[in-house]
Design a protein around this ligand. Structure first.
Ligand SMILES: Cc1cc2nc3c(=O)[nH]c(=O)nc-3n(C[C@H](O)[C@H](O)[C@H](O)COP(=O)(O)OP(=O)(O)OC[C@H]3O[C@@H](n4cnc5c(N)ncnc54)[C@H](O)[C@@H]3O)c2cc1C
Length: 427
């Protein structure tokens, strides 16, 4: 039987102990078969189990093997494109519902952590850091937008204010989201998996779904077994491949890279990020960073369209880190890894149903830690027959990438180059 381990990363090296789960080797029957044990699949499974459904999760590798176990760990509210884009993309009632949900993901994570005693180094506070006045104006508009949707946890930071939270000369100001925060992402996924099992859910690892017999009673096949279910939830995101051709056609896997330094001495760590907030800058191709519980700087950035794994991650990310924090010259990089997120043309998530019993959510385009937790909730609501919020998400348009699967990566890279040039000159 195949065995796919976690990729080498700081998170895999510091993961909480977890059981080795069997691969599926026979025929089972359940209410809902979830494909993928990332946050989307785990969140969906937990909400369903809490409502009395029987759930089986099939995971191709290990719990949190995908983006959920490799990400920057930043709890960022709203979506990869903000609620104003949502308002331009769908009806006013749908936009109102999606806007109201934009701040729910962080709450779901905090509730999960509290209810199931998940040990994942949860810390409050996230900063958006502006590199120029255009980005500062954008943050002011973002604050007004989020406040229009009832969110009151934002605080503008002027030049001195940002210096008090990030020891970098690069930023002219920023915005602090007290409802943002950060976590050890793999330990969050592992804790959620344990919660799923505590409620009677079953997770099979090393069990890629290789075919779905779609129809009135769908059946999901792995190499050595099959799951017959009333519903299937597809949560494979950037790692799904061609299992559901309709989903592959309208999305593009992209890679992004992260490094972790050696542990910093306590004083240096406390001067870099004195309040231990996480930070992302406001560039189109953004840098994001935070401290781990053992005081490493975890620094990410860059996008590889089409998700090829770059040869030397440290040479891509370390110069970015040193540009932000020249004081880290001489500090060693101890871990470097890459992971894939799924991009959509609109940068808004794609949610929907196929055949009446196959549900999916994918493509949160970079900001998915909070959104995926919301997705699980709305999919569970839809399966229970309360589909208003699911339908609001499903009303967002899904576009195919221009040029199809062959040209989508180079065309997107060209578009990103244009936006990053705009970031550089600050217009
Ligand atoms: C390096 C990196 C940094 C990021 N940083 C942040 C951040 O700081 N904040 C933020 O909000 N977002 C961030 N993101 C995005 C965020 O991590 C993702 O949007 C989110 O984790 C997606 O969760 P998911 O469950 O949909 O997909 P994934 O976590 O990718 O999970 C999909 C799972 O499905 C499994 N799978 C796929 N196909 C099959 C199959 N056929 N059968 C069975 N299993 C299958 C995979 O093995 C995988 O475990 C980052 C992403 C990356 C890659």
């Amino acid at each position: 039987m195949s065995h796919t381990p976690y990729p080498s990363s700081y998170y895999a090296a510091s993961a909480n102990p977890a059981p080795t789960r069997d691969a599926l080797s026979d025929s089972v029957e359940t209410d809902v078969c979830v494909i993928g044990a990332g946050y989307t699949g785990l969140s969906t499974a937990l909400f369903l189990l809490e409502q009395g459904f029987r759930v089986v999760i099939l995971e191709a590798a290990k719990v949190g093997f995908g983006a959920s176990g490799r990400n920057g760990g930043q709890i960022v509210n709203s979506y990869s494109r903000d609620i104003d884009t949502v308002e331009r993309s769908t009806g006013s009632n749908e936009a109102r519902l999606i806007g109201a949900m934009a701040f729910e993901g962080g709450q779901i994570i905090r509730e999960r952590v509290a209810r199931y005693s998940i040990d994942c180094d949860l810390k409050d506070g996230g900063v958006f850091a502006a590199l120029n006045s255009k980005q500062m104006h954008h943050l002011e508009a973002q604050k007004a937008l989020w406040e229009r949707f009832g969110y009151g946890q934002l605080e503008m930071l002027d030049h001195d204010g940002i210096r008090n939270v990030v020891a970098s000369e690069r930023y002219i100001g920023g915005m602090l989201d007290h409802g943002g925060g950060h976590i050890h992402p793999l330990n969050l996924a592992l804790g959620e998996a344990a919660a799923v099992e505590s409620l009677g859910g079953v997770i099979y690892e090393q069990s890629p779904a290789i075919r779905i017999d779609r129809g009135d009673t769908p059946r999901v096949h792995t190499q050595h077994g099959q799951v017959t279910a009333k519903f299937v939830v597809v949560a494979g995101n950037a790692y799904l491949g061609g299992l559901v051709p309709e989903l592959a056609a309208k999305s593009m896997p992209c890679g992004t890279q992260v490094i972790a330094t050696e542990p910093l001495d306590t004083e240096l760590a406390a001067t870099l990020l004195p309040q231990n907030y996480c930070v992302e800058d406001c560039n189109y191709l953004l840098d994001y960073f935070r401290l781990s519980a053992d005081k490493r700087l975890i620094y990410g950035g860059g996008v590889v369209y089409g998700a090829r794994d770059p040869a030397d991650i440290d040479s891509i990310i370390r110069p970015k880190m040193l540009k932000t924090f020249p004081q880290l010259q001489g500090i060693k990089t101890e871990f470097a890894w890459t992971g894939n997120f799924l991009m959509t043309l609109s940068r808004l998530p794609q949610v929907g149903g196929l055949d009446g019993n196959l549900y999916y959510s994918q493509g949160c385009s970079g900001h998915g830690v909070t959104y995926t937790h919301i997705a699980g909730k709305v999919i569970a609501e839809a399966l229970r027959g309360q589909a208003e919020r699911f339908d609001a998400f499903a009303s967002l348009p899904h576009y195919p990438f221009p040029g199809g699967q062959k040209l989508s990566a180079p065309l997107s890279a060209l578009g990103a180059l244009y936006y990053s040039l705009r970031d550089k000159v600050g217009f």
